[in-house]
Design a protein around this ligand. Structure first.
Ligand code: GLA
Length: 716
């Protein structure tokens, strides 16, 4: 055996280390805190083989964990690939054809080949030196002369140490996305599979794995997420030495990828990161990386405008005079963008018909949408429109004209969801139709924003030839979005799917906001938004102030609490503000002003999230010595005094001026206040960073469902 070479990528604070081998793909050696060497060659390391003396009942040539493990050639754990050619070539083993390093991109491109099955794999690993996010891009090529039936392909296979034994994943359901679930990893395999055809409310395509002692802000944690808007899987499995492998990829339906000779299949991009600053360190790395991928009109993010979205305010009751009055009321409150939701197009009195027929309803809008859009513009707001391009109601002119356009399986009755079917986005004729109708809307109306919805899951996803079409569906949708973006580069797009059913880094290449959840009950939203922020930054998080009682839960919270929960994301209003008392109107206006004052800080900064028992949840957005701290009391008091909150991220040797900003919004009733809480008001108090970080800030008396907001400013 020749002496191995080491391939080292070092990012800002972390490193990835691979070891070459004579017959095989490079082996995984390490992913964790940075190994500070200028080059791997400067290190003297034992070859992995030498650390693994022969054990009983093992093969004479044991296979260790490579970047791309094959199947049936000595690797007993989960393989990166399964498939066959008409029952042949079921066993794959890849050796290295070529390795290229790109020092500028801090990346490695590894070309692998299996001369027996005539398959080739290319994997590019790039570790960003700014964000510490490792992107993995994998593609598989068929170099044989017959088709290869691909059953599964990992987008990336990651190595975790044995200590990484706590898994936190997020998921839930419509109206309850991003709930956190923690699982203790052991010898068993842990697996999540999503077959809903979209990213799904049920399982976000990513997770975080941490060591036992890792907290929100300290300790080692590893995160991964797939940039993919369709079916997905992730599997974590213990390896023979107690370490773990973590595979993520697209979940493929039987027969879905039939790789013709000469063809290449590309897996979704995998984003992965490691941090020594706990779950929030992982979140911060992801936020930075995601911020770099969004393609903004004008190439940089404009301050996130306050939205008014008509859905929960009026549902399908569209009346021109009423809508104009509503728009005027929103403008008066300080709203900057008016989004006309579902109900504006023909044959759409409710959710049973009309999808596909994307022209304005002539009875609701006799002169089209222009008069409303112009009224909105005159009020100084921008105008946005709701569409659901991939959907079609059987009761629509489009379906009557093209009953073969929806995905379907011949011989089976059509299964509807919310009374609708899904168009086959793999078909060019379908995409062209959708491009034309949306292009027409965008060209004739002053629309600068699309809320792009997707209100059902995919099943019976067969194309016109009876073949499975989940994969094509994602690519077709992305393609349509790109074409519309190219034709209308000033239009922003929001990705919505019954709230948060399509939130992922893949669709984010074409979109600019996520509708986080249809649930805008503020108490529920605290947890939903916390889960979202693990993977995505706050400026992409659509967060609206809803009415009380909340339409989805029936619970009621005060306006101040609802607003305090919504202002940390991309703010909106989702109720008819004309129903408010004068006092609440004034309060709402001041919340919008608060948001406008602080949005640049809220949306460009690092985010920390925390809980104190079950009574408090808090969130800190801070950058460059300035921060905003939101402390939410969830439950009524059980202790006599409020707890202390240790504030992370402060510089120990500096002082910070702490100001309690919302003493009037908080509407506390417990009096009298002690001198300390009085001093925090107005100009605030200057306190040492290490005191605030180590001992903690004393919190004022707060009733349940109240929020206290503090402003922190580092003094010179
Ligand atoms: C979905 C969205 C809502 C709204 C409705 C309209 O449920 O999440 O915000 O747009 O569709 O039908």
């Amino acid at each position: 055996m020749s002496t191995p070479d080491y391939l080292l990528l070092t990012g800002r604070d972390t490193s990835v280390l691979l070891e070459t081998q004579d017959d095989g793909a490079p082996l995984w050696r390490y992913w964790g805190a940075a190994i500070r060497r200028t080059a791997a060659t400067a290190m003297t390391l034992p070859a992995l083989q030498d650390e693994r003396p022969p054990a009983s009942f093992t093969l004479n040539q044991p296979v260790h964990f490579p970047v791309f493990p094959g199947f049936g050639n000595g690797w007993f754990n989960l393989p990166a690939i399964t498939g066959h050619r008409q029952q042949q070539d079921f066993s794959q083993h890849f050796s290295t054809r070529r390795i290229d390093t790109d020092t500028e991109a801090n990346s490695l491109t590894i070309e692998l080949q299996d001369t027996v099955t005539q398959l080739a794999v290319t994997i590019t690993l790039a570790l960003c030196q700014r964000t510490d996010v490792l992107s993995v891009n994998t593609s598989l090529s068929n170099e044989g002369t017959t088709p290869f039936a691909l059953q599964s392909l990992a987008a990336g296979c990651l190595l975790l140490p044995a200590e990484g034994n706590r898994l936190r994943y997020v998921g839930g359901r419509h109206n309850a996305e991003f709930a956190e679930h923690e699982v203790q990893l052991g010898r068993h395999q842990f697996s999540i599979e999503n077959r809903r055809g979209i990213t799904s409310h049920e399982f976000f395509p990513g997770a975080v794995i941490a060591e036992a002692g890792t907290t929100e802000h300290q300790g080692l944690a590893w995160g991964a997420q797939l940039a993919w808007s369709g079916n997905h899987f992730q599997t974590i499995e213990q390896l023979p030495d107690g370490s773990r492998q973590w595979h993520l990829g697209e979940w493929l339906a039987p027969g879905e990828i039939f790789l013709e000779p000469g063809a290449t299949h590309t897996a979704p991009t995998l984003l992965a990161t490691c941090s020594q600053q706990g779950f929030d360190g992982v979140a911060s790395n992801f936020h930075q990386a995601i911020r770099e991928t969004v393609s903004w009109p004008g190439n940089s993010m404009a301050p996130r405008q306050v939205h008014a979205n008509t859905w929960e305010g009026i549902y399908f009751q569209h009346d021109m005079a009423d809508l104009k009055a509503l728009a005027s009321a929103y403008a008066e409150t300080g709203v900057e963008r008016f989004v006309l939701d579902d109900g504006w197009f023909r044959n759409r009195p409710d959710d049973r018909s009309g999808l596909g027929d994307w022209t304005p309803d002539a009875t609701k809008y006799p002169a089209g949408l222009k008069p409303l859009a112009e009224h909105v513009l005159e009020l100084g707001m921008s105008f946005g429109l709701w569409v659901e391009p991939e959907m079609i109601n059987p009761d629509s002119d489009l379906f009557r004209a093209h009953p073969d356009w929806p995905l379907q399986v011949q011989g089976r009755p059509l299964l509807t969801g919310r009374n609708q079917l899904v168009l086959d986005m793999g078909r060019e004729v379908v995409r062209n139709y959708l491009f034309d109708v949306i292009h027409q809307l965008l060209s004739t109306l002053p629309v600068t924003y699309l809320k792009w919805d997707h209100n059902r899951h995919l099943t019976q996803a067969g194309d016109q030839f009876g073949k499975p079409a989940w994969h094509q569906q994602v690519l077709g949708t992305w393609q349509l979005m790109q074409r519309l973006r190219d034709a209308h580069p000033d239009v922003e797009i929001e990705s919505c799917s019954g709230g948060g059913g399509r939130i992922d880094a893949g669709i984010l290449k074409y979109t600019h906001r996520f509708w986080t959840s249809d649930c805008i009950d503020a108490l529920s939203r605290i947890d939903i938004q916390r889960g979202f922020l693990q993977f995505m930054p706050p400026e992409l998080m659509g967060s609206h102030i809803g009415t009380a009682p909340a339409h989805t839960t029936g619970r009621s919270q005060g306006l101040d609490f609802r607003a305090a929960v919504a202002v940390t994301g991309h703010l909106g209003i989702e109720f008819d503000v004309r129903s408010l008392s004068e006092q609440d109107k004034a309060a709402l206006k001041s919340w919008l002003n608060f948001y406008k004052t602080y949005r640049v800080l809220l949306h460009g900064s690092r985010v920390w999230r925390g809980r104190i028992g079950t009574s408090f949840s808090w969130q800190l957005h801070a950058e460059g010595g300035e921060g905003l701290l939101f402390v939410y009391r969830l439950q009524p008091q059980t202790d006599i005094y409020e707890p202390l909150l240790r504030i992370p991220g402060l510089m120990a040797e500096h002082d910070y001026r702490v100001r309690w900003l919302n003493t009037d919004f908080a509407r506390r009733t417990r009096k009298p206040e002690t001198g300390f809480f009085q001093q925090l008001q107005g100009d605030g108090l200057t306190l040492p960073g290490d005191w605030l970080g180590q001992r903690g800030l004393a919190l004022p008396p707060m009733k349940a469902e109240r929020c206290a907001i503090f402003h922190l400013q580092r003094t010179a």
